[in-house]
Design a protein around this ligand. Structure first.
Ligand code: ADP
Length: 175
């Protein structure tokens, strides 16, 4: 059985992630969407919340499971018996980072291949960061994330109040 892992922070999962996960799930027998629990960057949702949002988004896909992990992605991939690490490639900016990471991962685990899937054209601009930004400014994000993620973002931003500003960087919509 061929297994692949799709690692990321998924803060929160977007339609761009879902598209990559579904396309990867068509290429492998089993896909593990692996939610990185404690990255260095400041996140909006807890590991458990990110896990649950991703699980609900992908529950219709029988060969996809979602779990959290810490530590090296290649160690998690080995534990799962995965032969590939899936990543999504958007605009030019992603490439340099993914290239560096793929080469380092290959150095650490030569038997695990990195497979980059190109974004679909309707999602090339889409990132968790921009979704959080737009949600914080009360913009419509219903085309960008599933309905349960829209609700979770609304609730989280309301719950955090002023503090949401520290957890969501408003970069693109500043003016
Ligand atoms: P990370 O912090 O590891 O980049 P993300 O949750 O931001 O985690 O992204 C996980 C993966 O999904 C990355 O490979 C990223 O390039 C990819 N990805 C995110 N958004 C999109 C999108 N709109 N289209 C294609 N790939 C995407």
């Amino acid at each position: 059985m061929s297994t692949a892992v799709f690692p990321g922070t998924f803060d929160p999962i977007t339609n761009g992630h879902i598209d990559i996960a579904q396309r990867a799930a068509a290429l492998f027998d089993h896909l593990v969407v692996a939610v990185y629990a404690h990255p260095i960057k400041t996140l909006l949702f807890t590991p458990d919340e990110r896990l649950k949002l991703a699980q609900e988004a992908l529950e219709g896909w029988p060969n996809v499971t979602v779990e959290t992990y810490d530590g090296l992605t290649v160690d998690m991939a080995r534990k799962k018996g995965a032969k590939a690490i899936i990543r999504g490639l958007r605009v030019v900016g992603d490439f340099e980072f993914e290239f560096q990471m793929a080469l380092m991962n290959r150095t650490l685990a030569p038997e695990v291949e990195s497979v980059c899937l190109l974004t679909s054209k309707e999602y090339y601009f889409l990132s968790s960061s921009i979704v959080k930004e737009v949600a914080k400014l009360n913009g419509n994000i219903s085309e960008l994330v599933p309905p349960h993620v829209v609700t979770a973002l609304d609730e989280k931003i309301t719950e955090l109040g002023e503090e949401a500003g520290d957890r969501i960087k408003i970069i693109t919509m500043r003016d």
